[in-house]
Design a protein around this ligand. Sequence first.
Ligand code: AMP
Length: 198
Amino acid sequence: MLNIVLFGPPGAGKGTQSQNLIDKYNLIHLSTGDLLRSEIKNGTELGLKAKSLMDQGLLVPDEVVIGMIDNKLKENKTAKGFIFDGFPRTIPQAEALDELLERNNTEITCMVALEVENEELIKRLLNRGKTSGRADDQDEDLARKRIGEYNDKTLPVAQYYKKQQKFASVNGIGEIDEIFRNICDAVESNKSGVNKSN
Ligand code: AMP
């Protein structure tokens, strides 16, 4: 199985590049943000609880997103692999993901981090807000809060994968196709274990 974690702050281009990776490798896309927005749209109890946190730019509790991922893995037992987009966002989520995958006799192939500086992210988020309809993309303070949550709680997750020698970083600024080629190079070298030889 090919299991890729696409990592990076809000606005780094994870959604766009996920779609490219799905098309190339035939993977199932698991975006916890999309799953949560669908819960909200369907008016579920989980959605109601998550909404107030999401509206404040805060993370929802680990057990909520871990439970959603667990369900999706169970629903897709015959998949060729997964692309995790916006998950894991904390160390406990990363540990839980390792356990869930181990239960299915598989593991994360690699984490690819898209690097984009803060002011460019704000510009992109506010721009996306004009068309996405997402309330959390339309307010500059909220965009900054989400980037702050990322820096405080999510950045340490990169270290988790660095320790496992599964981490690769890609410049997220430039042409979408070129960024995609660099992501694929990172995936291919992790698939063949090039990064683990030293
Ligand atoms: P995203 O679409 O990935 O930017 O996520 C939108 C919002 O959903 C985030 O600001 C969080 O409030 C929530 N969220 C999405 N994924 C996670 C996660 N893995 N852990 C906690 N909260 C999440």
